[in-house]
Design a protein around this ligand. Structure first.
Ligand SMILES: C[S@@+](CC[C@H](N)C(=O)[O-])C[C@H]1O[C@@H](n2cnc3c(N)ncnc32)[C@H](O)[C@@H]1O
Length: 223
């Protein structure tokens, strides 16, 4: 499915914010790090697998994984990729590093504590950037998008898998049901596409609903 906005927003909207700041994120994920895989690994597995499969199918070697967390995706990258993972949370990264060491994951170039909204990477340093279940957690989602666009070379690819709010139907019901867990994770059940993408930015993007209930969407943009 290709994204087509029925009525494209006009003018510059004030960029929406998550309501969290970087310290809130660190505090939340310090608490979540120990149980993150058990609490959230299952429900997010389809979307994560689809995102990494999509990355693996793309040309280009260097991949930035923004908000790498405990590194649940790391074992799935193709041997041809070289992955740089960044995250704000030292505790989440510690688990990602342990995973890389235990499973001897050779595709991981480095894991660094860094803000995905303001990295120290050069322009166009990556072929692909991917952020899984991160966009609705970062303090300023549009800054994340801008930074991913900056560090990916022209002709490269940007992927997100995230929850985006539904307005009605079964998914609306499922979101309401899962909302308490989402809030505890620092998510926003009402997170909208407009919070991440500037007007017109999604034109031509590929959108794929992900299980369960199409609760998550895989978004693929060509840079
Ligand atoms: C819901 S977890 C997702 C982790 C992983 N991507 C996954 O698929 O399981 C969100 C992660 O984003 C990280 N995060 C939030 N804001 C960030 C930012 N501005 N820069 C880097 N990482 C950030 C959090 O620390 C947390 O590890």
């Amino acid at each position: 499915m290709t994204y087509q906005s029925a009525s494209p927003p006009r003018g510059d909207l004030a960029a929406p914010r998550s309501g969290l700041d970087a310290n809130d994120v660190r505090v939340a994920y310090r608490r979540w790090a120990g149980i993150y895989d058990t609490a959230f690994g299952g429900v997010s597995a389809w979307g994560r697998r689809a995102a990494v499969d999509a990355v693996n199918a793309l040309p280009g070697r260097r991949v930035l994984e923004a908000g790498v967390g405990t590194g649940l995706a790391l074992p799935r990258y193709a041997a041809s990729k070289r992955v740089v993972g960044i995250d704000l949370s030292a505790e989440m990264l510690k688990r990602a590093r342990a995973r890389v060491a235990e499973q001897r994951i050779a595709t991981v170039e480095t894991l660094r504590e860094m803000d995905a909204e303001a990295t120290d990477f050069a322009d166009g340093e990556f072929d692909i950037a991917v952020a899984m279940f991160v966009a609705s957690v970062v303090p300023h989602p549009r800054r994340l998008m801008e930074e991913m666009r900056r560090v990916v070379r022209p002709g490269g690819h940007i992927l997100f898998v995230n929850h985006f709010a539904a307005e009605r139907g079964l998914r609306w019901w499922a979101e309401r049901t899962l909302a308490p867990a989402s809030r505890a994770l620092g998510w926003h059940p009402d997170f909208k596409f407009e919070a991440l993408f500037a007007p017109g930015e999604l034109a031509g993007a590929q959108l794929r609903p992900m299980p369960p209930f199409g609760l998550f969407t895989l978004v693929h943009l060509a840079r």
